[in-house]
Design a protein around this ligand. Structure first.
Ligand code: PLP
Length: 378
């Protein structure tokens, strides 16, 4: 019996060939592959502009900078998210204000955001948590009339849909992750997508030291034109090595999502009669990619969440605790981040676990996970 991991990236000889080609070309930093990956990603996500960066964390940082968020501003964020969602707000010197989330989707809603608005609220970072699409139209009905920007943290969202379109397509600006824990990977990497050309132009410049001429363009001419540094920028570039992998991975996305949804459907069916387990599911307004297949261990289950994790570990199944609660971390605990209670965040953090789900997962591997869950429930 071998270990079943919670997640496994799907990489093959096509990625190897793509990287080899980049190395043989002699140009490995940001260049033509990054530009091609941006164009392909924009097309697949129905985005007007795409700017490739080094991670989703840096994408979120740039998104907040170009949206004009800075010191003195409040930014609403879910505590129920990976810590980077909140860190990006701290990077621009604004105050992160924690909102609670919906018990069923794990996402912020218009109601949970409205509960924490202040006269200084400038933006909301709203997450498609674990790939579950958030109800963006409902949120924007609250924020648009108040001039509040919504930054969509679609780190986990590639391949999920909202009202028939890819998630992120309805946002002014969105941030994506290509970390191996996510749905497609470039090792590390991220993307900013936006409908606003001026924001795209500035993000593109800021990721590259705010240079007036990109390094790739300078390289294209023998006598490189003199560049200027227009503001304080960053080095948040993706490399062509990563982008070459990203192009191949993006081509796999429809197949990856279809397979994940198939595996999710099997879990849903097999676990539906296990009392005390509640599994993540599609909301009425969209379809998820099941980047994280989580279950809530409710009071009706004979084991606690941690007890169930141990039970699975005995069967050599590596499940994981669910999404973290940022407000409980030392970096933010006791800080001035708003004062509403976050009961749903705490409940989900304490009671959810993420089950193994990956493209190559076999029927027998999934059956082993289901058996372990059912035997724990007896
Ligand atoms: C993973 C994740 C991030 C960070 O992505 P990186 O590419 O690792 O920087 C940000 N937000 C959410 C919701 C995530 O899940």
């Amino acid at each position: 019996m071998s270990r079943i991991n919670v997640m496994q990236p799907w990489l093959g000889p096509e990625e190897v060939a793509a990287v080899t080609e980049v190395i043989e070309s002699g140009w490995v930093a940001q260049g033509p592959r990054v530009a091609a990956f941006e164009a392909a990603f924009a097309r697949s996500q129905a985005a007007e502009h795409a700017v490739a960066v080094s991670s989703c964390t840096t994408a979120l940082h740039l998104a907040l900078v170009v949206a004009g968020v800075g010191p003195g501003d409040d930014v609403v964020v879910p505590s129920f998210s990976f810590v980077a969602t909140t860190n990006a707000v701290a990077y621009v010197g604004a105050r992160p204000v924690f909102a609670d989330v919906d018990l069923v989707t794990g996402n912020v809603t218009a109601a949970t955001v409205e509960a924490v608005l202040t006269p200084r609220t400038r933006a909301v970072v709203a997450v498609d948590q674990g790939g579950v699409p958030l109800d963006l139209d409902d949120l924007r009905a609250l924020t648009d009339p108040r001039g509040i920007v919504v930054v969509e943290d679609a780190a986990c969202g590639a391949g999920s849909t909202y009202r028939g379109r890819p998630v992120g397509a309805g946002a002014d600006i969105a941030a994506w992750s290509f970390h191996p824990r996510k749905i497609l990977t470039t090792g590390e990497g991220g993307m900013v997508t936006t409908s606003r050309e001026a924001w795209a132009v500035r993000a593109r410049r800021l990721r590259e030291h705010a240079m007036s001429v990109s390094a790739a363009d300078r390289h294209a001419t023998v006598l490189a034109p003199a560049e200027e540094y227009l503001e304080v920028g960053f080095n948040y570039r993706m490399t062509d090595l990563q982008a070459a992998v990203g192009i191949v991975q993006l081509g796999r996305l429809p197949e990856v999502v279809a397979r994940r949804r198939q595996l999710a459907e099997v879990y849903a069916k097999q676990l539906s009669d296990v009392p005390g387990l509640r599994a993540v599911a599609d909301p009425p307004w969209g379809t998820g990619n099941f980047q994280s297949y989580w279950v809530e261990v409710t009071e009706g289950f004979p084991l606690s969440r941690d007890g169930l994790l141990e039970h699975l570990a005995h069967a050599d199944i590596s499940a994981r605790r669910g999404i973290m609660a940022t407000h409980r971390q030392p970096a933010y605990r006791g800080g001035d981040h708003g004062s509403v209670p976050l009961p749903v965040t705490e409940r989900l953090t304490d009671r959810t676990l993420i089950l193994p789900l990956f493209h190559q997962m076999s029927e027998s591997e999934q059956a082993r996970v289901v058996d372990a869950l059912r035997s724990a429930g007896r």
